[in-house]
Design a protein around this ligand. Structure first.
Ligand code: ADP
Length: 232
């Protein structure tokens, strides 16, 4: 599903260079729920941004579902993201002037589906995240946990091949974090949704099938769960 080879990312600010990724190779299979973990500054968000085509690596290659996405131009990348990828961010990134169902319908409308079809898809996916009765609330009227569920619905409305989540619980209390993580696990188990999620909270490990630990821009260790135990 995702094959990343020797990814590096160097940020240049004037004469200063920061090597955020220093040669990372990894493969993620369809249907996996993968956690990207490691200390602050180890390159987790940078890696997620490269894998999710939100940024371009300095070197290395990424193949997603058989497409060499490293070779795409800006327009092709935008289209690829819209057709194949979904995103959940820590700050929800919702449009506050729109109501819940309108927010969720945006990516479907952007794909060129009719308004009727887009709103129907949005209503369906809102049911799935447990917000079937909140369609016409403005997003500012919802709690943080509910807003994050709206953003998960929006990420799912185009049935993406891969769902990327960057610290989706960073602004949530433990109870709402559990609701959001349970939801990720449910869509992963029930729909076979591939999920790649950045986290620095050790208790989130309970939810992942596999964990990629980063350290100083390098892949430090990978752990996989087998029969309820983590093995390296
Ligand atoms: P993590 O998500 O593990 O906390 P990041 O991927 O955000 O780590 O950052 C990795 C390194 O890259 C850090 O040293 C960070 O300061 C640096 N970095 C991240 N984004 C930028 C940027 N846009 N410009 C310059 N340096 C950056």
């Amino acid at each position: 599903m995702i094959e990343a080879r020797n990814l590096s990312k160097i940020y240049r600010m004037g004469s200063v260079e920061v090597a955020a990724l220093r040669g990372i190779s990894l493969t993620i299979d369809a249907g996996e729920f993968v956690g990207i973990m490691g200390p602050s500054g180890s390159g987790k968000s940078t890696l997620l941004h490269q894998l999710g085509l939100l940024d371009t690596p300095t070197s290395g290659s990424i193949i997603i579902s058989g497409t060499d996405v490293s070779g795409l131009d800006d327009e092709e990348r935008t289209l690829f993201r819209l057709m194949h990828l979904g995103y959940v961010f820590q700050d929800y990134a919702l449009v506050t002037d729109l109501d819940v169902v309108e927010n969720v319908a945006i990516p479907a409308i952007a794909q060129g589906r009719s308004f009727g079809e887009s709103y129907a898809a949005a209503r369906d996916v809102l049911e799935r995240v447990g917000l079937g009765r909140r369609h016409h609330h403005l997003v500012g009227e919802l709690s943080g946990g509910e807003q994050q569920r709206v953003s998960i619905a929006r990420a799912l409305v185009n049935t993406p091949s891969i769902l990327f989540a960057d610290e989706p619980c960073a602004n949530l209390d433990t109870e709402n974090s559990r609701i959001v993580l349970d939801l990720f696990r449910k869509i992963n188990r029930d729909l076979g949704q591939t999920v790649v999620m950045v986290s620095h909270e050790p208790w989130h490990m309970d939810y992942f099938d596999r964990i990629v630990f980063l350290k100083d821009g390098l892949l430090d260790v990978e752990r996989i769960r087998e029969a309820g135990r983590w093995i390296s």
